[in-house]
Design a protein around this ligand. Sequence first.
Ligand code: 5AD
Ligand code: SF4
Ligand code: FES
Length: 354
Amino acid sequence: MLKDIFKKIDQERELSKEDIVCLLALKDEQELARLYDRADTVRQKYVGDEVHLRGLIEFSNYCRKNCNYCGIRRGNRKLQRYRMSAEEILATVAVAERLGYKTVVLQSGEDMYYTVGKLVDIIRRIKQEADVAITLSIGERSREEYERLHEAGADRFLIRFETSNRELYSRLHPDSDYDERMQILVWLKEIGYQVGSGVMIGLPGQTLEDLAMDILKFKELDLDMVGVGPYICHEETPLAGNANGTVEMTFKVIALTRIVTRDAHIPATTALATLRPTDGREKALELGANVVMPNVTPAKYRALYELYPAKVCIGEEAEQCQACMHGRIYSLGRPISQGYGHSFKRAHLLPQYG
Ligand code: 5AD
Ligand code: SF4
Ligand code: FES
């Protein structure tokens, strides 16, 4: 049984939903070690040893939405809100570039203050002034807006589908629609973005079957990047009082995502580091992950971008996170990528990415 599933992995055959559920249910340390070892082998074979760094800029914590798990939902009146100006964003990109990051991730709540015109202007200026790839993580917009942002120079887009279980999705999202979210992921690919998505692990009511379907969905969507992190309960949300996701289940999902998707970029996420600050990211990099996203947000704003409580790095400056991440990655004996870290799926098709 289990032996047959491991054999399938070794022969690079596709795993069924049942196989994945069986592996997600593993508890035995030795069996888990085997799973993680296979994931590390697949990572080595398909994406190599290099770890890619993406500088994360959380440029606004305003959000028009009310996702039930999220600390910056519009209904959280206790949170002080901030927006960075175009000049502040440009200055932060310059810091990221100086620290050696070849990608900046511009992330915010769904903040319509940043019209497409404003964002296009910011993207153009970044591309003029810095030699970096740009990832946007700004939530739901119209197809036309995504097109204009891509034309302006945005290379990648991150938008998680959060869970592939429709009922759970609608319970968590009072103002988002599951089909629209999935439609957006298809549009982004069609437009030409490198597309990242992902889910949270340990959402209230989420089952192993749900997680197995999430992993198969990553494959079906042919994602360029897949980010998964534990759900962490925020007390100023309707989900107050629920249990957090676990580090172990997050490790299993990362390992299986690597085995199933083979060449997707997979970050060791901040949420994981928050639940396991000592070595959560290092472990993730040794069981399938190949990306980390050090924070470059100006220190004065960091604590305010509180998706969940006790987030790591809120007391640090960009320089400290850079030194910290370098130390962690070198301690694993892994090289830090000097390139843009574009998708492995299409890099060879795009001459400018040669
Ligand atoms: N715990 C963990 N992750 C969260 N996110 C939002 N709120 C939480 C939380 N309480 C994640 C969502 C979102 C991403 C930006 O942050 O998956 O897509
Ligand atoms: Fe807004 Fe995103 Fe938080 Fe939902 S998860 S409330 S869209 S920032
Ligand atoms: Fe920010 Fe370690 S990455 S302190």
